[in-house]
Design a protein around this ligand. Structure first.
Ligand SMILES: [Fe+2]
Length: 156
């Protein structure tokens, strides 16, 4: 039994495809942030270690909400690392020895890429009936923009 949310199945397919790319990118980003949380070495270690923890905690909440929105559109949620790596618009970070400034720079770039993707995605979703997803993506983008401001303010 599925409830009728008045969104056509072709619109749902398109929206789910956008949500899957966002979900995959959040997962890839989450692992990168954990890498930084674990491997950072800096005079302000404690501050950066905690900052990265806050970021991946927020990312974990985002991941769950995005996946559940996909379910509310009655699609099954992608759930393997192989699929995430294929769908993600962000890249993994294999290096473990980045300087803290490089970590901040890397996450700043990821936020810029993410926000650009969100702008396009929100435009596309706004052409459908799915106000729920549109509103959700706007709220998520606001979180990303706030983090972009924080990261951009981390200057020596
Ligand atoms: Fe930890």
């Amino acid at each position: 039994m599925t409830y009728n949310n008045k969104i056509t199945s072709s619109d749902k397919k398109q929206i789910v495809s956008l949500l899957e790319q966002i979900l995959a990118s959040e997962v890839v980003s989450s692992m990168k942030i954990r890498n930084f949380h674990w491997n950072v070495e800096s005079h302000n270690f404690s501050e950066m270690h905690s900052f990265f923890e806050e970021l991946y905690t927020e990312t974990a909440e985002n991941i769950d909400e995005i996946a559940e929105r996909i379910r509310m559109l009655w699609h099954k949620t992608v759930s393997t690392y192989g699929e995430y790596l294929e769908l993600s618009f962000l890249s993994e970070e294999a290096r473990r020895d980045l300087q803290v400034a490089e970590m901040v720079q890397s996450l700043t770039q990821d936020k810029e890429i993410t926000i650009a993707f969100f702008r396009t995605a929100i435009d596309k979703v706004s052409e459908t009936n799915d106000v729920w997803t549109e509103d959700f993506l706007i709220a998520l983008m606001q979180k990303h923009e706030k983090n972009l401001w924080i990261l951009s303010s981390m200057k020596d």
